[in-house]
Design a protein around this ligand. Sequence first.
Ligand code: GLN
Ligand code: ZN
Length: 762
Amino acid sequence: MIKTHSLGFPRIGKKRELKIALESFWNGKDSTEQLLTIAKELRERHWQLQTERRIDLIPALDFSLYDAVLDHSLLFNLIPERIQKLGQIDPLTSCFLMARGKSPTSKLQTEAGEMTKWFDTNYHYITPEVGRFTKLALKSEPIIQQIKEAHYLRFEIKPVLIGPVTLLWLAKSTDPNFDKLSLLKDLLLLYRELLIEFYQHGITWVQFDEPVAVLELDKKWREAFLQYQSLLSAGPNIMLATYFGSIGENLKTIAETQVHAVHIDLVRGKYNPKTVHKILPKHTEISLGLVDGRNIWKNNFKNSFEIAKPWLKTGRKLWVAPSCSLLHCPIDLDNERSIKKPVVSWLSFAKQKLTEVDLLRVGLQEGIGVISKMYKENQKIMQTRNKSSLVTSSVVRKEMKKITTQWSSRSVKAKKRFILQQEKLQLPLFPTTTIGSFPQTPEIRKMRADSKQGRVTKEQYNDFIKKQIAHAVSTQEAIGLDVLVHGEAERNDMTEFFGELLKGFVITSNGWVQSYGSRCVKPPIIYGDISRSKPMTVDLTSFAAGLTKKPMKGMLTGPVTMLCWSFTRDDLPKKDICLQLALALRKEVNDLEKAGISIIQIDEPALREGLPLHKKERKAYLDWAVKSFKIATCGVGPETQIHTHMCYSEFNDIMESIIKLDADVITIETSRSKMELLEVFKHLNYPNQIGPGVYDIHSPNTPTRDSIKLLLKSALTHLSQELLWINPDCGLKTRTWDEVTPALSEMVKASHELRSEYKRKV
Ligand code: GLN
Ligand code: ZN
């Protein structure tokens, strides 16, 4: 008997009900009860939906009000020291204090926990904090409540826990001398206690998520898995769920744990069934992750059967499942009305993927003949997709072949370019600028919605956008900034905006995926060869440039970021998709230059997050990522100044590649790290100009001139004065004009004061 299960379902709701409920609760509009009622409704709806799709064992505890890792911190009392100091706090208040630093249920305020990306996904968790202050304890009540709730509704559920090794791996030890693995033994006692409680509530299977099992682990971490042995006799069967890659070297250790079942990701992982069969104990069941939980393509049944069949031969008990939690997929394709045929028939979202899981199970168990109609239909769709002229463009393919090394290098070296650009731009010492966007006011959002719904004409919308641009330009002139931007009023989102304009992309109407807490993103879908049918930003950028004598900076989203923040096709290597994006953007960069724009910024905030989980794959990634950026930017003359922007704090392991980008100016988010970040730039001798963010735009308080000057002076201890630009951190679009204008004015005044103290040397 082959069974099906699912590892996790999106929590946010098909109309983003959880987001709306959370935000109303935070704003004080809704009560705790109202929030909890919505949460309960969503759980029930999602259990129902999965049961209807004939999933034998559906997940519980995969739901979370904010984040599942945070829920585990609460479950095991991994409470940060600063929150412990606040005294006894109820779980819901603790949850939001840890997530956001505040909660509508309390007057207390604290620093929010750090957010980190969940492996190579775009989901962010709240980092558990551990140290000598950690007082492990089991607080299982809210969790048991959910188990009871499911049982009351008569659902057969499998609680999903983050496994102890992954949980500690993700935790941050606040004291450098504290070894977080020292908590493992005691933590396991709590897991065991919890399993016993589950068993008393009739739970037969528990899923332990251990994605770290696919990483290259050192001995100490690998052997941590052996602790699972202590959980085996607690009652429920244990399924160790691995995903996002192959277990590789860690398989032998995992076999030694003797767990009852192991889930493997057969979409991203490569396995030899014979070898695995030899290594795993006979009783260990295997869950085959056949349906891609990270992407939106319809499963190719033929491929899946081919992958699964050798496992049938092992004679083991098997499960069929998605490759990982469906958290990373939009919920329901039936929610999409505007994706055109045939592309829509190629897609499958979380709900549809569960039907695929069921069909695969039936086919594997009873023979393909039983599902022959569906099988044939599936294969027909695969063929249509394969052969579609929408997918492959001979023009794009020819162009890719034409690329030579010259395309990815600038004709003149950076030092010389600096002089040429300076002659042309005549910028003062410490030039001031911003990162691109200006406030997206409710008025702008409304107008965009009206335009989408056809309530206003294209012309009315364009006129409106031009007015916003004119306002942004005149405000920047009044503030006295040196390099202006048009403000991005026409852009809903930096990826979606270009996805809408480029060929090879479709945009969903409701394909939301949780990014963190109540925040969702709607990644565009790349389904075919990418090309640009006409200039995308030239009109509005030129319009903005015409309104001022100051230099106007063009603003584009870089190829790597476009790639990382989209659902990508699965029939072309990422490196080729990125190259196509680079070629399309290169045309845009060149056209901007032709239109007289002499400063062009290509944002690459996702460059680092594209870094593969496995160390041995990183170099190849960085090589093609850098090449793509350079192809996009190196078509311009030496007088044209290329900027790039990035916003994260870990530059260490990619610094070499950042240097290779050879951007004339890089602006980076730094204010929260108080310029310490620049040490890396100094240490590795970053040769070009840098604009470290001088104030944290996330804070609603206006920064003072003195605080900005202080940061700049500290930056000058790391950088030579000719190389320093002055700008805020990114994200002005999330603030109001009332906040932005005075803050930027302070920044400009700080630059003036600094200029009177320092004089140009070059
Ligand atoms: N140009 C974009 C902006 O200022 C950059 C956004 C980002 O860094 N993610 O909004
Ligand atoms: Zn940024």
